[in-house]
Design a protein around this ligand. Structure first.
Ligand code: AMP
Ligand code: MN
Ligand code: MN
Length: 328
């Protein structure tokens, strides 16, 4: 069932008219998911609202520096009643994972996202598929509706936008993105400090993981497709956390001639997490991932595929070769 696009005025009114909120985002959260959750929660808190900020994975170590990070928690075992649920940056409702299960009941679900594959679940829906980050949509909502903005909110939004644009480099970055970044800096963001915390503060085990992954690197289609794989055995041996591999796929994308980069991660439950990046709008990785039940954006998408690592690698690489001519 498809819901028409709500206006910022409608969403603003729903936010003002209710008192208790659950602010949720997707499993295996990234900077956009967590930064967006905290930003909206802090703005609502300024309005005197009661906010719960839940993610299946809770706050992850690498984003612990986000202002008021402690507000974010794993969903409680006992269900809680709230007036309103907001799902942020979540392409399909099931990607809210266990967070939504802790909501006892709610009058309304608001879905704010930028994934083109979002099926528009919820009661009020705002999907902007050309926005580079959910954080950017929230900035527009906050400005348009004159919701509270503080230095803490600004820093959370800056992290959301910086991480989803690959530090303002991906083609989804627009003039508006830089205007918003400028506004956020004026609102109190210290760019040097935040960038260092985001991009120059990795645990050593992440780089050790990269060393291992590069050992599994392989190419197809005359170098147009590059992939590497993380087995469960490797995960165990190196003691890496799920969050450690976020962004490592960029090392494959950064290779000259590579159009599609793929990262395979073996999961404990007999599935493989597939992460894909494209450098050309002609190679739509969202379309490829949707064939495997996943989704995302044209140039960055993912899926969870049942099977062994070797099976999934073969199936997925074949599907990519249907799009990126691997024979010529
Ligand atoms: P990732 O490779 O995990 O960084 O994800 C890239 C993009 O694809 C993100 O925008 C995700 O929201 C989306 N995505 C990843 N996995 C899935 C999935 N299983 N279903 C739908 N969308 C996904
Ligand atoms: Mn995300
Ligand atoms: Mn996002």
């Amino acid at each position: 069932m498809s819901v028409t696009q709500s206006t910022f005025a409608e969403i603003g009114q729903a936010l003002r008219d209710h008192q208790t909120f659950a602010i949720l985002s997707h499993v295996r959260p990234d900077g956009d998911a967590l930064g967006s959750q905290l930003a909206l929660a802090l703005s609502l808190e300024q309005l005197g609202k009661t906010v719960r900020v839940w993610n299946e994975d809770g706050m992850i170590e690498k984003y612990n520096f986000l202002p008021r990070a402690a507000l974010l928690s794993k969903p409680p075992a006992q269900k809680e009643e709230v007036d309103l649920v907001v799902a942020l940056d979540t392409a399909v409702q099931t990607r809210l994972g266990t967070a939504i299960e802790s909501v006892g009941s709610a009058r309304m679900l608001i879905n704010i996202d930028h994934h083109p594959s979002n099926p528009r679940y919820g009661d009020l829906v705002f999907i902007d598929p050309v926005s580079p980050a959910t954080g950017q949509i929230l900035f527009e909502l906050i400005s348009d509706q004159k919701l509270p903005m503080t230095p803490e909110i600004a820093e959370n939004l800056y992290v959301a936008i910086s991480t989803d644009t690959g530090s303002f480099q991906y083609p989804n970055t627009t003039a508006r993105t830089f205007e918003i970044a400028a506004e956020l800096i004026r609102a109190g963001v210290d760019v040097g400090r935040v960038s260092q915390l985001l991009y120059e503060n990795y645990p050593r085990r992440r780089v050790e993981l990269l060393r291992e992954l590069l050992g599994t690197m392989r190419f197809a289609g005359q170098g147009r497709v590059a992939s590497f794989s993380l087995s469960l055995a490797m995960t165990k041996r190196l003691g890496v956390l799920p969050e450690d591999n976020e962004g490592l796929i960029d090392h494959l994308r950064a290779i000259r001639g590579v159009i599609v980069a793929v990262f395979f991660e073996e999961l404990p439950e007999g599935k493989v997490r597939v992460s894909m990046r494209s450098k050309s709008s002609e190679a739509d990785v969202c379309a490829i991932c949707m064939k495997f039940g996943g989704g995302g954006h044209k140039l960055a998408a993912g899926a969870r595929v049942r099977g062994t690592l070797a099976e999934v690698e073969q199936k997925v690489l074949e599907a990519i070769c249907d799009v990126v001519d691997c024979q010529s």
